[in-house]
Design a protein around this ligand. Structure first.
Ligand SMILES: *Cc1c(COP(=O)(O)O)cnc(C)c1O
Length: 372
């Protein structure tokens, strides 16, 4: 029997000026990809990340495709990506005809392991896409060192990590390029949407050209290259601006939700642990993620099924790329295999109440004890 209570995993919280700005788009007719909200959202996002250029685009996947195109990535090139990520990271490389070369993750951050990264570099390696998984930043200090040593570009896939920091530096401003997603379940949302950040003007100009079908900025309807329509609409940007105005509130709420979970689960650390926040890192807590320990006898999937019956929506951690058909690979990725098999996400959103969190923790503990 389904429980009466229903706690969703995630969802947007649109409690600022979003409605007002969208109504303004409709009232003025500026609903397509020109308009003041696009410019203002880009400017404010650049400020938020402390970078010179921010380019809005249709979603977080094309936000990865555009910089790869601008770098001229194509057939024969290899791009290093973590195996433990959302599939869009690897797909963007494939769209260019290049090969994503997978790298295992670290046991603590669950992000790309800098040492294993270096082992995978070949003469064909052109760049690195590093992911800040679930909002915990990757070890950028070490990754940037490896990149400099081998002259590789670094794209930060920060789709899940708006506002996260490494040693006080905000993600999206550390590598050569940062990319973000505003899908409905991300830290802030525009429905569908994405953003690219960079301090490289030449690269920004190239990406702008490719984003708008390749139209010459000085000569309308004259096209020098094959481009794409990867633009964001003014309505999406209107929602995005409303969200961005409140981003510190969203981040604070997520942090307090995470802290509450950490406190609730602390007495059960033999049973399950939460993806930690390392001393040099500021987690943005896109999704609080739990790892089952050896003491728990029930399987991860059975536990998730019981929680679903309790009205608690959870989600398994991502399947590593090397396990799935498009990127199947028989190299060894022991850390990604292990973490992915034992972990799941618990509801993480700004409006989650303490009562809900108490209930979630209580049910998880109950099922582990009853089935142990
Ligand atoms: C969500 C996500 C993307 C893709 O963003 P979309 O807006 O859904 O296209 C890319 N990379 C990671 C790590 C993501 O979580």
């Amino acid at each position: 029997m389904k429980a009466v209570r229903s706690i969703p995993l995630a969802g947007p919280v649109l409690n600022g000026n979003e409605r007002k700005y969208v109504m303004d788009c409709i009232d003025t007719g500026w609903i397509s990809s020109n308009g003041k909200y696009v410019n203002e959202f880009e400017q404010k996002f650049a400020q938020f990340c402390g970078v010179d250029h921010a380019l809005s685009c249709a979603n977080g996947t094309v936000a990865l495709h555009l910089p790869l195109l601008a770098y001229g990535v194509g057939a024969g090139d290899e791009i290093l990506v973590p195996t433990f990520t959302y599939i869009a990271t690897a797909n963007a490389v494939k769209y260019c005809g290049a090969t994503p070369v997978l790298v295992d993750c670290e046991p603590d951050t669950w992000n790309m392991d800098p040492q294993k990264l270096e082992e995978k570099i070949t003469a064909n390696t052109k760049g690195i896409i590093v992911v800040h998984l679930y909002g915990h930043p990757a070890n950028m200090e070490q990754i940037m060192k490896v990149a400099k040593k081998h002259n590789l570009f670094v794209i930060e896939d920060a789709a899940e990590a708006h506002g996260a920091e490494c040693n006080g530096q905000i993600v999206g401003s550390i590598g050569d390029v940062g990319t973000f997603s505003f899908f409905g379940n991300k830290i802030i949302s525009t429905g569908e949407g994405g953003m690219i950040t960079t301090n490289n003007k030449e690269l920004a100009d190239k990406m702008r050209l490719l984003r708008g079908q390749g139209m010459d900025p000085k000569r309308r309807y004259w096209f020098e290259v094959v481009g794409y329509n990867y633009r964001m609409t003014n309505m999406q940007a209107a929602i995005g601006l409303g969200q961005l105005e409140n981003i510190e509130w969203h981040l604070d709420k997520r942090r307090s939700v995470a802290n509450n979970y950490i406190e609730l689960f602390a007495p059960y650390s033999e049973w399950f642990t939460i993806q930690p926040e390392l001393s040099w890192a500021k987690h943005s807590y896109w999704m609080v993620s739990i790892l089952l320990q050896a003491k728990v006898k029930i399987s991860r999937d059975d536990l998730m099924k019981l929680l679903d019956e309790d009205g608690i929506e959870t989600r398994p951690l991502f399947y590593p790329m090397h396990q799935m058909p498009p990127y199947y690979d028989t190299d060894n990725y022991p850390v990604a295999d292990d973490v992915s098999a034992r972990g799941f996400n618990v509801p993480t959103n700004a409006l989650l109440s303490e009562m809900d969190m108490n209930y979630i923790c209580e049910r998880i503990v109950f099922h582990c004890k009853a089935n142990g």
